[in-house]
Design a protein around this ligand. Structure first.
Ligand code: ZN
Ligand code: ZN
Length: 84
């Protein structure tokens, strides 16, 4: 899983900060969009690159860069016990 703007693919660096209406600054993806100071839930998040507000959930992307081995390991059925 990685976090990126759904519009322009900007990846927020660890030192990125978002401002809440209460004046608090924090990394919104560290708290899933919830301001740790006042508890306000931000369902949309503004991109620092293209300035577009997007649904917070749309920032979370599944990593589709799996190798074949990783793909097989993830989706293979549980191994059956070997007959002895
Ligand atoms: Zn706040
Ligand atoms: Zn963007």
């Amino acid at each position: 899983m990685y976090i990126a703007c759904p519009r322009c693919d900007w990846r927020p660096p660890p030192n990125a900060r978002w401002a809440c209406t209460c004046g608090h600054h924090w990394h919104t993806f560290a708290t899933h969009g919830i301001c740790p100071a006042c508890g306000k839930v931000w369902k949309v998040t503004q991109c620092h690159a293209c300035q577009v507000w997007s649904d917070h959930e749309e920032w979370y992307h599944d990593d589709d860069g799996l190798t074949v081995e990783e793909f097989l390991r993830r989706f293979a059925p549980a191994e059956e016990p070997q007959p002895s």
